[in-house]
Unconditional design. Structure first.
Length: 234
């Protein structure tokens, strides 16, 4: 959920998942519409602009009483700095699809990049940006978002499995994914590129992000091989 929210809506997603328990979602994992009712309802984003919005609102009223769910304020969501499949409504529809699709896995250890590559928006969200608001073009899950999920969901999950089962094959699989995914283009990576660092893939970009957060920001230059090399030139 946090990965889907990205920087703009990370806080809202954290609030949302604090209100909704996974066990309640999984009880309805075979019914995408009920999952959407819970998530959109708890997110405070259901509006009765069309028949689907009205149905979800009614379903949420029933399920919120059953599970004692509360809605967060719709003002928690940031709409001004997001677009495409990163918009709040799109993110929640994708999160609903993930919960719905997880039920089809025989074993959670088989969760990998193909899991996200096979997910498609539901017919309603292919045609709408909000409840009752038709999209000018057909919506889809962008390749950029899929790669973002590979980096921020699949790779950490594989590393978790590697530690839990003490199995290096999971770490190797995680590294292999990062080596074929394009590097991120955020402000941290750009700092290194501007200083002539050649960053070819996400394995390297994740490395410089970690380096920046754990060494550069904390001014741990004397504990960093790169920092020492730069200082020796001064």
């Amino acid at each position: 959920a946090i990965a889907l929210g990205k920087k703009a809506n990370k806080g809202a997603m954290e609030l949302l998942v604090s209100e909704v328990e996974m066990k309640h979602l999984l009880k309805h994992s075979d019914d995408l519409k009920s999952i959407e009712a819970i998530l959109f309802g708890a997110a405070g984003l259901i509006t009765e602009e069309d028949d689907y919005g009205i149905w979800l609102q009614n379903e949420f009223k029933f399920l919120s009483q059953k599970y004692k769910l509360q809605s967060i304020s719709p003002n928690e969501w940031n709409f001004s700095k997001v677009r495409g499949s990163s918009r709040p409504h799109a993110s929640l529809s994708i999160l609903s699809l993930i919960v719905h699709s997880i039920n089809k896995l025989n074993d959670l250890k088989t969760l990998d990049v193909s899991f996200f590559e096979q997910i498609e928006l539901s017919p309603y969200w292919k045609r709408h940006t909000k409840f009752g608001v038709l999209s000018k073009t057909k919506n889809s899950i962008s390749k950029g978002l899929i790669e973002h999920l590979k980096i921020n969901v699949v790779v950490p999950y594989l590393n978790l499995l590697g530690r839990y089962y003490n199995d290096n094959s999971y770490f190797e699989k995680a590294q292999a994914i990062l080596e074929v995914v394009k590097p991120e283009t955020n402000s941290i990576v750009k700092k290194f590129v501007l200083r002539d660092f050649e960053i070819k893939n996400s394995y390297q970009s994740q490395g410089v992000i970690e380096l920046y957060n754990e060494s550069c920001k904390k001014k741990q230059c004397l504990d960093c091989h790169i920092g020492k090399k730069i200082l020796n030139k001064v």
